[in-house]
Ligand binder design. Sequence first.
Ligand SMILES: Nc1ncnc2c1ncn2[C@@H]1O[C@H](COP(=O)(O)OP(=O)(O)OP(=O)(O)O)[C@@H](O)[C@H]1O
Ligand SMILES: [Mg+2]
Length: 269
Amino acid sequence: MKVISIINMKGGVGKTTIAVGVAYELAQSFQKNVLLIDIDPQTNATLMVLGEDMYKEKTVKKLTFSDLIDSPKDLIGEKKTININDIITCNPWKIKNCTMDIIPSSINLFETKNQLTGRLFPEQFIKIHLNQISGNKYDYCIIDTPPDFGKMVVSALIASDYYIIPMKPDYLSQQGIIVLNEKINQISDHLSADFLGIVISMIPTRRSTYSSDTLTDIKKDYASKILEEIKFKIAYSKWPNNHEPLKNKKEREPFVNIARKIIKVGINE
Ligand SMILES: Nc1ncnc2c1ncn2[C@@H]1O[C@H](COP(=O)(O)OP(=O)(O)OP(=O)(O)O)[C@@H](O)[C@H]1O
Ligand SMILES: [Mg+2]
């Protein structure tokens, strides 16, 4: 199983949209078995895929990523250890012949993630748990991360084979990438993850001079490392409401392209 984290400390740059889109296309277009993990207490990927009712049910039943950290107590108050396999929601989008499973997040993660600090090797948390999943169950695991560089994101990076950085074509996003790269360099001794590339997202369709200048700059800076460009489209901003896959082929295309590149990197290794 190859693990890929979608990261950026900056918020609202398209991480969740790309994580869900790519996870879905790896399964639907390329018949891969995929596990999507939401480690963001904002629960955006979870809501997008499962919808509110199922999200609430998973939270009440303590079947979320947060419950891996804060194991539920049994009737006499003893903590039950839960296994990562117990919190997987199977194939919510009912893909035929393969699967996109999800480990949901929960709003409780805002609190429970602080418990990681007291643990031994908090940065190994995700890696240790992923090792509990049978090696051939999934081809890919996609991790949607929160907009920070806290212990959970570091833990995701340490568990990863690759990481992808989504960004918007604006000045502050450009500056953000510099800081993000510094943070990644600081922990590079502990990482085996390769940088797969940048996805520039939310590119205005009618380009203002400003955004097209920034886009040119970004392309110059990162030349061969631009994985994909995604236009700003209303369909993408409405997508989280639908709790189902995108249907339009053109709209799916950027995610299909990224999925294809992920598979190609694996073949070339
Ligand atoms: N290409 C796009 N065109 C239009 N809207 C988009 C596009 N990509 C994402 N969006 C919308 O922009 C908002 C932010 O996107 P998204 O949630 O994917 O970003 P994020 O980086 O995961 O945010 P956060 O850092 O808060 O987790 C969402 O409402 C999403 O639906
Ligand atoms: Mg997000």
